[in-house]
Design a protein around this ligand. Structure first.
Ligand SMILES: N=c1c2ncn([C@@H]3O[C@H](COP(=O)(O)OP(=O)(O)OP(=O)(O)O)[C@@H](O)[C@H]3O)c2ncn1[C@@H]1O[C@H](COP(=O)(O)O)[C@@H](O)[C@H]1O
Length: 113
Protein backbone atom coordinates (compact mmCIF):
# COMPACT_ATOMS: atom_id res chain seq x y z
CA UNK A 1 0.00 0.00 0.00
CA UNK A 2 1.27 3.52 -0.81
CA UNK A 3 2.41 5.84 2.00
CA UNK A 4 1.21 8.84 -0.02
CA UNK A 5 -2.17 10.03 1.27
CA UNK A 6 -4.88 9.54 -1.33
CA UNK A 7 -7.14 12.38 -2.41
CA UNK A 8 -9.81 10.89 -0.11
CA UNK A 9 -7.39 11.06 2.84
CA UNK A 10 -6.27 14.59 1.96
CA UNK A 11 -9.80 15.95 1.62
CA UNK A 12 -10.79 14.14 4.85
CA UNK A 13 -7.86 15.81 6.65
CA UNK A 14 -8.92 19.21 5.33
CA UNK A 15 -12.50 18.54 6.45
CA UNK A 16 -11.23 17.55 9.92
CA UNK A 17 -9.25 20.79 10.13
CA UNK A 18 -12.45 22.76 9.46
CA UNK A 19 -14.09 21.64 12.70
CA UNK A 20 -14.44 24.88 14.67
CA UNK A 21 -13.07 27.00 11.79
CA UNK A 22 -14.61 30.26 10.60
CA UNK A 23 -17.94 29.55 8.82
CA UNK A 24 -17.65 32.78 6.84
CA UNK A 25 -14.53 31.55 5.01
CA UNK A 26 -15.08 27.78 4.85
CA UNK A 27 -18.00 25.87 3.31
CA UNK A 28 -17.22 22.83 5.49
CA UNK A 29 -17.05 24.91 8.67
CA UNK A 30 -20.39 26.45 7.67
CA UNK A 31 -21.95 22.99 7.28
CA UNK A 32 -20.61 21.87 10.68
CA UNK A 33 -21.89 25.09 12.26
CA UNK A 34 -25.36 24.58 10.78
CA UNK A 35 -25.51 21.14 12.38
CA UNK A 36 -26.25 17.53 11.57
CA UNK A 37 -29.51 18.15 9.74
CA UNK A 38 -27.75 20.44 7.23
CA UNK A 39 -25.18 17.72 6.47
CA UNK A 40 -27.89 15.07 6.10
CA UNK A 41 -29.95 17.38 3.87
CA UNK A 42 -26.98 17.83 1.54
CA UNK A 43 -26.43 14.05 1.36
CA UNK A 44 -30.08 13.60 0.38
CA UNK A 45 -29.89 16.40 -2.21
CA UNK A 46 -26.66 15.14 -3.75
CA UNK A 47 -27.98 11.55 -3.91
CA UNK A 48 -31.12 12.78 -5.67
CA UNK A 49 -29.06 14.95 -8.06
CA UNK A 50 -26.93 11.89 -8.86
CA UNK A 51 -30.04 9.89 -9.72
CA UNK A 52 -31.38 12.71 -11.91
CA UNK A 53 -28.01 13.07 -13.69
CA UNK A 54 -27.97 9.35 -14.43
CA UNK A 55 -31.49 9.48 -15.83
CA UNK A 56 -30.52 12.44 -18.04
CA UNK A 57 -27.33 10.65 -19.16
CA UNK A 58 -29.36 7.67 -20.38
CA UNK A 59 -31.13 10.03 -22.77
CA UNK A 60 -28.29 12.35 -23.73
CA UNK A 61 -25.46 9.80 -23.72
CA UNK A 62 -23.32 12.38 -21.82
CA UNK A 63 -22.33 10.94 -18.44
CA UNK A 64 -20.10 13.84 -17.35
CA UNK A 65 -22.75 15.23 -15.01
CA UNK A 66 -22.93 11.82 -13.28
CA UNK A 67 -19.25 12.27 -12.43
CA UNK A 68 -19.76 15.75 -10.98
CA UNK A 69 -22.76 14.70 -8.93
CA UNK A 70 -20.96 11.60 -7.61
CA UNK A 71 -18.06 13.86 -6.57
CA UNK A 72 -20.53 16.10 -4.69
CA UNK A 73 -22.06 13.02 -3.05
CA UNK A 74 -18.69 11.54 -2.07
CA UNK A 75 -17.51 14.90 -0.73
CA UNK A 76 -20.58 15.35 1.45
CA UNK A 77 -20.27 11.71 2.59
CA UNK A 78 -16.72 12.57 3.75
CA UNK A 79 -18.20 15.44 5.78
CA UNK A 80 -20.69 12.99 7.33
CA UNK A 81 -17.92 10.51 8.16
CA UNK A 82 -15.92 13.31 9.83
CA UNK A 83 -18.96 14.28 11.86
CA UNK A 84 -18.80 10.84 13.46
CA UNK A 85 -14.98 10.79 13.64
CA UNK A 86 -14.88 8.07 10.97
CA UNK A 87 -12.34 8.00 8.13
CA UNK A 88 -12.46 7.07 4.45
CA UNK A 89 -9.90 4.35 5.25
CA UNK A 90 -12.47 2.67 7.49
CA UNK A 91 -14.93 2.58 4.58
CA UNK A 92 -12.21 1.20 2.30
CA UNK A 93 -11.40 -1.43 4.94
CA UNK A 94 -15.07 -2.45 5.05
CA UNK A 95 -15.13 -2.77 1.24
CA UNK A 96 -11.93 -4.84 1.42
CA UNK A 97 -13.52 -7.07 4.05
CA UNK A 98 -16.45 -7.67 1.69
CA UNK A 99 -14.24 -8.28 -1.35
CA UNK A 100 -15.06 -11.61 -2.96
CA UNK A 101 -18.17 -12.19 -0.86
CA UNK A 102 -21.05 -12.44 -3.28
CA UNK A 103 -23.94 -10.17 -2.30
CA UNK A 104 -26.35 -12.91 -3.37
CA UNK A 105 -24.67 -15.50 -1.14
CA UNK A 106 -24.26 -13.09 1.80
CA UNK A 107 -27.96 -12.25 1.71
CA UNK A 108 -28.99 -15.90 1.45
CA UNK A 109 -26.79 -16.78 4.47
CA UNK A 110 -28.40 -14.14 6.72
CA UNK A 111 -30.28 -15.50 9.71
CA UNK A 112 -33.99 -14.64 9.65
CA UNK A 113 -34.96 -11.77 12.04
N1 LIG B 1 -14.64 18.98 -2.60
C1 LIG B 1 -15.21 19.97 -2.13
C2 LIG B 1 -16.52 20.35 -2.59
N2 LIG B 1 -17.34 19.81 -3.51
C3 LIG B 1 -18.45 20.58 -3.52
N3 LIG B 1 -18.32 21.60 -2.64
C4 LIG B 1 -19.29 22.67 -2.33
O1 LIG B 1 -20.51 22.10 -1.95
C5 LIG B 1 -21.50 23.13 -2.06
C6 LIG B 1 -22.81 22.49 -2.42
O2 LIG B 1 -22.87 22.27 -3.79
P1 LIG B 1 -24.21 22.57 -4.58
O3 LIG B 1 -23.89 22.36 -6.02
O4 LIG B 1 -25.30 21.74 -3.99
O5 LIG B 1 -24.41 24.11 -4.34
P2 LIG B 1 -25.62 24.91 -3.72
O6 LIG B 1 -26.89 24.50 -4.35
O7 LIG B 1 -25.22 26.36 -3.82
O8 LIG B 1 -25.58 24.40 -2.20
P3 LIG B 1 -25.88 25.13 -0.84
O9 LIG B 1 -25.07 26.41 -0.78
O10 LIG B 1 -27.34 25.34 -0.76
O11 LIG B 1 -25.41 24.14 0.20
C7 LIG B 1 -20.96 24.17 -3.03
O12 LIG B 1 -20.66 25.34 -2.27
C8 LIG B 1 -19.67 23.53 -3.52
O13 LIG B 1 -18.64 24.47 -3.79
C9 LIG B 1 -17.13 21.47 -2.03
N4 LIG B 1 -16.52 22.24 -1.06
C10 LIG B 1 -15.30 21.86 -0.63
N5 LIG B 1 -14.64 20.75 -1.12
C11 LIG B 1 -13.33 20.34 -0.53
O14 LIG B 1 -13.29 20.75 0.83
C12 LIG B 1 -12.15 21.58 1.06
C13 LIG B 1 -12.46 22.58 2.14
O15 LIG B 1 -13.43 23.52 1.68
P4 LIG B 1 -13.74 24.83 2.54
O16 LIG B 1 -14.20 24.37 3.87
O17 LIG B 1 -14.80 25.62 1.79
O18 LIG B 1 -12.44 25.60 2.62
C14 LIG B 1 -11.83 22.17 -0.30
O19 LIG B 1 -10.47 22.55 -0.39
C15 LIG B 1 -12.15 21.01 -1.24
O20 LIG B 1 -11.05 20.09 -1.22
Amino acid sequence: MSDTPSILDRVAQTIESRKGADPTTSYVAKLFAKGDDAILKKIGEEATETVMAAKDARVSGDASKVLYECADLWFHSLVLLARFDLTPQQVLDELARREGISGIEEKAARKPD
